[in-house]
Design a binder for this molecule. Structure first.
Ligand SMILES: Nc1ncnc2c1ncn2[C@@H]1O[C@H](COP(=O)(O)OP(=O)(O)O)[C@@H](O)[C@H]1O
Ligand SMILES: [Mg+2]
Length: 410
């Protein structure tokens, strides 16, 4: 007798991953191999919070997947453990990519500190000044030392939120009893350069770099994860080192390594295979590469899509390495055809930098003697992947129409 129409499908799947959570990026492992140096350094700075003193601010730099978030959350857990008896400090974590407005950041910090619902900052509606002074009061009332981690801090600035860092960095001047120490995490080494000088000098403190992992280091990281996620003998020999070597080539990114292993194991499960093989990893590699780029492109703003389209049009017109001016000319033509008001060249230059940061294009500054400096721009991701732009509804009619200027040329 059949209990459910789904039974037959469920039984067909042989679960080979013991615990899926362990292979996810949000899982915080008990041990973080190859980050002992960084953990020591941060712990030695932060430790004085346990004595009620204010640690210096810290800036942490490193490309994605170098363990920055994991290390700081590990430190936060340890700090809370060490402080559980005396309750002298607090750990607050905010991801500025998710919480991406100055108001949102203050709201988020406030609500991690205060539990009583009477004092809570409302989700929206107050002025920035009111939220700020309310937060100052809440922090001071607790009489504690807070370590406030602002993760992905560089994403916030590219959305023009500089002064939030200025306000947070000078918050100690407004506190009488409590103290706040800031840890900024940035994927971009140039983060401080982009800040207003007044915020920069206040945020400054210790800085720490997380280098990309080598293939061997990634192998250790994957092994320790795989030991708890799989039964013995589920992974074919070579699977882990293959994942590690692929990820080492992608900027030593541990996230890529884990994504590969997880996707490969998922594929094996779905196929009803009992072991994960290198073939599964290879197919995972193809789907992940495609996904990352296409997802990035799909979620671009309309203006950025037009900028990217302008770059691909230049490539198609036998101009694989172009200047900002080349992009801007094409950009104006496309805006013309789509009947969209073009942005200034300066704004388009900003959008080009964003595409560069996303890894979709490469833009490097070149000097052309007396002609001055300009950017040299080329596609970074494979053109086939970028071509999903063609399917975007906003360009539906574009391929078939020609701008007046192009017609004249023909
Ligand atoms: N040294 C390490 N040991 C174990 N897992 C790690 C280590 N470094 C990174 N990871 C894992 O890799 C993934 C990406 O790390 P994360 O801390 O999010 O990187 P970042 O914040 O630098 O982008 C997470 O799942 C994390 O648990
Ligand atoms: Mg992170």
């Amino acid at each position: 007798m059949q209990d459910s129409i789904f039974d037959q499908y469920i039984k067909k799947r042989t679960p080979i991953i013991k615990n899926k959570k362990i292979l996810q990026n949000t899982y915080l492992p008990e041990q973080l191999p190859h980050r002992a140096g960084q953990i020591d350094k941060i712990a030695s700075i932060v430790s004085i919070a346990l004595e009620g003193d204010r640690p210096s601010n810290i800036m942490v730099y490193g490309k994605t997947g170098t363990g920055k978030t994991a290390v700081l959350n590990f430190i936060g857990k340890e700090l809370e453990k060490a402080d559980s008896r005396r309750e002298r400090c607090g750990y607050v974590y905010v991801n500025c990519e998710v919480v991406d407005t100055p108001y949102g950041i203050l709201y988020n910090i406030g609500n991690q500190i205060t539990v009583e619902s009477d004092n809570k900052i409302p989700f929206t509606g107050w002025s920035f000044e009111k939220v700020y002074s309310n937060l100052v009061k809440q922090i001071d009332d607790t009489d504690k030392v807070f370590v406030v981690v602002l993760d992905e801090i560089d994403r916030m600035v590219s959305k023009k939120g500089d002064d939030i860092f200025y306000y947070l960095a000078k918050i100690n001047e407004n506190l009488k009893r409590s103290k706040v120490s800031l840890v900024g995490i940035s994927n971009d080494m140039k983060f401080l350069e982009f800040l207003e000088p007044k915020a920069r000098s206040r945020l400054g403190g210790e800085s720490l770099i997380f280098p990309p992992y080598t293939a061997d280091e990634l192998e250790d990281i994957l092994k320790s994860r795989a030991e708890i996620a799989f039964d013995n003998d589920t992974l074919d020999g070579g699977v882990i080192s293959y994942c590690a070597s692929v990820a080492a080539r992608v900027d030593g990114d541990a996230r890529v390594a884990l994504d590969l292993l997880r996707t490969a194991a998922d594929t094996a499960e779905r196929n009803g295979d009992s072991r994960v093989t290198i073939a599964h990893v290879k197919s995972a590699k193809n789907s992940i590469e495609f996904d990352a780029v296409s997802e990035g492109i799909r979620t671009l703003s309309s203006q950025s899509k037009i900028v990217l389209m302008s770059i691909t049009k230049n490539v198609e017109a036998d101009n694989p390495r172009m200047t900002t001016g080349d992009v801007y000319n094409k950009y104006k033509e496309i805006c013309d055809v789509l009947d969209i008001k073009p942005l200034t060249q300066r704004r388009v230059t900003d959008l080009i930098s964003e595409l560069d940061m996303m890894g979709i294009i490469n833009a490097s500054v070149r000097s052309f003697g007396r002609a001055g400096r300009t950017k040299e721009i080329e596609l970074a991701a494979p053109k086939e992947n970028i071509m999903i732009l063609r399917d975007d509804p906003m360009f539906k009619d574009f391929e078939y129409s020609k701008s007046p200027r192009q017609m004249k040329l023909m």
